[in-house]
Design a protein around this ligand. Structure first.
Ligand code: SAJ
Length: 403
């Protein structure tokens, strides 16, 4: 069995490695970036994922996996390429279409074609149309399915094998064919459905999380005005056996939760009210935090007749990772720096050695030197810092859970 993976990113490469190592599949991994191809063939993991590099070296050395910039003939083809959104929040499936057109000439009767990329509803049908327009002889002769992933960066190896997966074929035979492939390495349950439902399931999972986080963020705005400790409030409400309110933050970042809901609101603008409002609330939270910081700097200057030294604690989009992509923390730091010229602003990100825009300061030193300390990302090391009554502490991510 040979499989061609189109896209060697955060999901494509780990999935290709696991399919080779655990599923006994011969893999060709295709990426448009020659550096990624060369690094992969040299056994160097170009992404950060604990324990993954050893697995890559094993499958490359045993020739179970090799990388290339062009597809090769195989029995199964997986589209695992990015699906960003354009400026107006319109989903962009052009990479999925390009990858599909690249494998078109290689498709033959009996092959399996799967999209894993997060996609708007109907994308799988759209790609099938492209395939059959170009290759009418393949109509009903190949198997086509949509199979989303739900792994958490940092825990990919475990989750790729143990998470349940939703397998959505364009027809039942396609669903069965896809299940046959994934059962080679997935120990979680493989749930059968159709392609549209599988596409919507992925969007639903992440939109539901975005709505839940928006609820927590909205509570934080209300509690700030009401003089209530939102952390205490949520902790008490969650004592209810059937209540599970998530944690407020400085906004919602990353390529998933902050992006996927737009795939629904773009296609169903009249119907998706809560989903679009949740996006607005989570985006607004970052602006709200930036305003809070600027106001506290002005208050300090009025009270102390000097500009404050301020520590901005955290740039990553979520705790204990080094990924700054689409990070609200980074957005807030930039806003504060733009508006408070020549104030002494110390930027802290313990998971990154250095940054091409921000000069980074060690978190202990920044905490010690600062008059105002702003906690943006709840990295574990920050929780070792003793609360200091002398400082102005803005805790947007629940380090101390005090007001
Ligand atoms: N966040 C909060 N409060 C919370 C939880 C999260 O403010 O209580 C923020 C985080 O700080 C971060 C953002 O939300 O900025 C997203 O965090 P996340 O924990 O959802 O992490 P992701 O985006 O890396 O992973 C999500 C996961 N989806 C769900 O939990 C439903 C993961 O399983 C998906 O595979 C991933 O999106 C994806 O790739 O779609």
């Amino acid at each position: 069995m040979k499989a061609c993976f189109m896209g060697l990113g955060y999901i494509g490469l780990p999935t290709a490695i696991i399919a080779a190592k655990e599923g006994g599949v011969d893999i060709v991994g295709v990426d448009i970036n020659p550096d990624v191809v060369n690094q992969t063939n040299a056994g160097h993991l170009h992404i950060i994922e604990p324990g993954m590099e050893e697995m890559l070296q094993e499958v490359v050395n045993s020739k179970k996996l090799h990388a290339s910039t062009t597809p090769e003939i195989a029995d199964a083809y997986f589209m695992v390429v990015p699906t960003p959104f354009k400026g107006n929040h319109e989903p962009d499936v052009s990479y999925v279409e390009a990858a599909t057109r690249a494998v078109l000439p290689f498709l033959k009767e009996g092959d399996l074609y799967v999209i894993e990329s997060t996609s708007p509803i109907g994308t799988t049908e759209m790609m099938a149309e492209i395939i059959f327009n170009e290759r009418p002889e393949l109509k009903d002769k190949i198997y086509i399915a949509y199979c989303p992933e739900r792994v958490l960066p940092g825990n990919v190896i475990y989750e790729l094998v143990h998470n349940d997966r939703v397998i959505g074929g364009l027809n039942p035979k396609s669903t069965e064919k896809a299940i046959e492939f994934y059962s080679r390495f997935v120990k979680g349950t493989l749930h059968k459905t159709n392609a549209r439902t599988a596409e919507m399931c992925k969007l639903t999972e992440n939109s539901s999380r975005d709505v839940q986080i928006a609820f927590a963020n909205e509570l934080s705005l209300i509690c700030d005005k009401a003089g209530i400790n939102v952390w205490e409030l949520i902790s008490l409400a969650n004592k209810h056996p059937r209540v599970n309110i998530l944690q407020p933050g400085c906004g919602v970042g990353g390529h998933c939760i902050a992006v996927d809901p737009y795939f629904i609101t773009a296609d169903f603008p009249m119907e998706s009210k809560i989903i679009s409002d949740a996006r607005e609330i989570n985006n607004y939270k970052a602006f709200w935090c930036a305003e809070k910081v600027k106001n506290s700097m002005l208050e300090f200057e009025l009270r102390n007749h000097r500009k404050p030294t301020i520590a901005m604690m955290g740039l990553a989009f979520k705790p204990n990772i080094d990924d700054l992509r689409e990070s609200p923390a980074k957005q807030i730091v930039s806003k504060v720096m733009q508006s408070c010229n020549n104030a002494d602003i110390l930027v802290v990100e313990p998971n990154v050695k250095n940054h091409n825009v921000f000069k980074l300061t060690d978190y202990k030193e920044a905490y010690k030197r600062a008059d105002i300390v702003v906690f943006l990302t709840a990295h574990d090391p920050f929780k070792t810092l003793e609360w200091d009554e002398e400082k102005v502490i803005l805790d947007f991510c629940g380090i101390y859970k005090r007001v």
